[in-house]
Design a protein around this ligand. Structure first.
Ligand code: SF4
Ligand code: SF4
Length: 116
């Protein structure tokens, strides 16, 4: 996939943000959320920068998740056992690759899904 100049500038910016951060949250500080969460994030992989580049160049979803329930991987994956559905990952994603959907719309599978 072709990277645009805008993609490259964005990657540089997010890399600098990651380097500047020293966030180290513990997994699941909100407890087991699967039973009370009302929304969940899903990933549109075709928009995700790490999927497009094949490199761990962005991962702002991983960085900003207060529950540390997003993996730093290609593609990023959500741990639905502990995700509380706050939507911060979707807000911070510079590529608008994360969508928050209602649990009622969500597929029946539970846990460790990367979305569609
Ligand atoms: S989902 Fe968004 S924030 Fe997360 S790695 Fe992909 S582009 Fe970056
Ligand atoms: S919605 Fe996103 S930021 Fe919030 S807990 Fe779930 S994965 Fe983390």
């Amino acid at each position: 996939m072709v990277r645009t100049e805008q993609d490259i500038k964005l990657e540089k910016k997010v890399s600098q943000t990651i380097l500047a951060s020293q966030q180290t949250p513990a997994v699941g500080e909100a407890g087991h959320t699967g039973e009370w969460r009302t929304k969940r994030p899903i990933l549109h992989t075709e928009k995700c920068l790490v999927v497009k580049t094949g490199k761990l160049t962005c991962n702002l979803c991983w960085l900003y998740c207060p529950e540390n329930t997003v993996s730093r991987s290609i593609p990023p994956k959500f741990n639905y056992d502990y995700c509380k559905g706050c939507g911060i990952c979707a807000t911070e994603c510079p590529a608008h690759a994360i969508e928050m959907i209602s649990e009622k719309e969500a597929p029946s599978c539970e846990g460790n899904e990367g979305g569609n």
